[in-house]
Design a protein around this ligand. Structure first.
Ligand code: ATP
Ligand code: MN
Length: 476
């Protein structure tokens, strides 16, 4: 063992996950990572090395006789403790221990990064509240590590799904000058001096002197830009950060979250609902295939029955019903909800969960909502009371997808804008897209973190994103 890190930043070592997936033992290998545990016996030390590539680490066995020539060995060995970083070279051999196929018989263990006595992540279960106070270290915990891997696998599965269906990935702007669904929930982007902004004659802030010459915001949705692109490239999707300044401190709202927004021309609401269902089921199926170890961990530690529930989702068609039907069932449920249900109200989380979790016991697509609870751009049904909207509701989480067929008839769109109290003037381009080669088109938005909550069983959305932003809290 050597204490110097001289050789530690050479060619990349093999990842622990790659070694654990090997067909057979044999050969000299090198791993670099952090110790989950270190047990020092009389004859041998056992190190559990993790590099974040898999839930389980790799056991490294350090035999003392190999090291006895080194006089500093005893002190150095004691420095190998939970949390320290090491570089290990040795032989990959079959492990006699239960629960692991291979282990490394170390030839050399180099301590790269020692650990202080006050290292807070000892090998025991910590509460998620406590881990949130350790934002810089919590990604090394088993649960947050598994979340990171599942997020990565889900992002890949999402891109694969759309690639297979010839959707182009569209890069929508993060800074927008559109007011997507009525102001209030948008973060303003400005370079004006907050202490002394330029003012117009009437005393109001003169935004024309701001950086973009007009008010600008962080995007709450890439939908409107996606509509522009879908009416040129037929099928597009965005996958990026989205911002909402809603002051809702719940377990399923973030101020910054990632959203996947496909938009397709020549698509109606039925097609849109089918796209959303195929999408969710394929992503779940792929995660079951690619993340079996992490999902088994979530099943065991976080949400009993998770694996069976996900397999069911992958195999079973979603339920579909209209909003009118859903309200009737809620009214007949005999439940007393905190927010009473009558036709015309927006569904609350408790209603969404009752419908999918207890009533149909699987994901459910609710369609044709009252026009007054949905956005102005949704296609008006012939009844003039409902719009071609759909939400996908899933057990435990509630709404995971919101989408619609868009209103492509310019006259009706303009009327809906006026009814909603919106000035059609800034939306001239939106109306023009309808007048020049407009076609029926539809799309939806999936909250990426809600999907991750659904597939991991994690209760709080703050624990499925590495760096959560919520009211009053934005670390790093
Ligand atoms: P909710 O009613 O749950 O607040 P919404 O109807 O306002 O959501 P949409 O505008 O339909 O949300 O956004 C599309 C999707 O984005 C939602 O179905 C949800 O999965 C996700 N989403 C919306 N707001 C948030 C948020 N604050 N944090 C995380 N995900 C969100
Ligand atoms: Mn919605």
């Amino acid at each position: 063992m050597t204490a110097s890190g001289a050789d530690a930043a050479g060619p990349l070592a093999t990842r622990v996950a790659t070694l654990r997936a090997r067909e057979a033992a044999g050969g000299r290998v090198r791993v670099q990572g952090w110790l989950k545990t270190a047990r020092h016996g009389k004859e041998v030390s056992f190190l559990d090395v993790s590099d974040g590539s898999s839930l389980a680490g790799l056991q490294v066995v350090v035999a003392r006789e190999r090291e006895s020539a080194n006089p500093e060995f005893q002190t150095e060995l004691q420095a190998l403790r939970t949390g320290c970083a090491v570089d290990v070279v040795g032989e990959l051999v079959e492990s006699p221990a239960a629960g692991q196929r291979f282990e490394i018989h170390a030839e050399r263990v180099t301590l790269i990064g020692p650990v202080g006595d006050d290292y807070p992540l000892q090998k025991k279960r910590h509460s998620f509240e406590y881990l949130r106070t350790l934002g810089h270290l919590r990604l090394r915990s088993n649960t947050l590590g598994a979340v990171l891997r599942v997020r990565d696998a889900a992002a890949r599965a999402i891109r694969r799904f759309f690639e297979e269906r010839d959707f182009l990935e569209l890069h929508a702007p993060v800074v927008t000058t559109l007011d997507a669904e009525g102001a209030g929930s948008q973060f303003r982007v400005t370079t004006l001096d907050p202490a002394a902004p330029p003012r117009a004659a009437d005393g109001a802030v003169d935004w024309s002197q701001d950086f973009f010459g007009k008010p600008a915001y962080l995007s709450v949705s890439g939908q409107l830009e996606a509509e522009i692109a879908a009416l040129a490239a037929s099928r597009v999707y965005t996958f990026g950060p989205t911002f909402r300044a809603e002051n809702s401190n719940t377990s399923r709202h973030l101020a910054e979250f990632w959203m996947v927004e496909p938009e397709a021309a020549f698509l109606d609401l039925e097609g849109d609902a089918t796209l959303a269902e195929d999408f969710i089921r394929q992503v779940v199926r792929e995660l079951l295939e690619r993340c079996p170890e992490d999902l088994a961990f979530f099943d065991e530690r976080i949400e009993k029955g998770l694996l069976a529930a996900l397999a069911h989702v992958a195999e079973t068609p979603f339920e579909r019903m209209t909003y009118t039907d859903a309200v009737a069932r809620l009214e007949q449920s005999g439940r007393s909800f905190e927010f009473p249900v009558t036709w015309g109200v927006d569904l609350q989380s408790e209603h969404e969960r009752w419908l999918s979790e207890e009533h149909v016991r699987r994901p459910l697509i609710v369609t044709d909502y009252p026009r007054d609870v949905k956005a102005f751009y949704m296609y008006l049904n012939d009844d003039e009371r409902t719009v071609r909207a759909m939400d996908v509701l899933v057990p435990r989480v509630g709404e995971i997808v919101g989408g619609s067929q868009r209103e492509h008839r310019a006259d009706r769109l303009e009327r809906r804008m006026r009814d909603a109290g919106l000035d059609p003037a800034p939306y001239g381009w939106y109306l023009e897209l309808r007048r020049h080669g407009g076609v029926p088109h539809a799309g939806f938005g999936l909250g990426f973190e809600r999907l991750i909550q659904f597939v991991t069983g994690m209760a709080n959305i703050r624990d499925v994103i590495p760096f959560p932003r919520t009211p009053g809290s934005a670390e790093f």
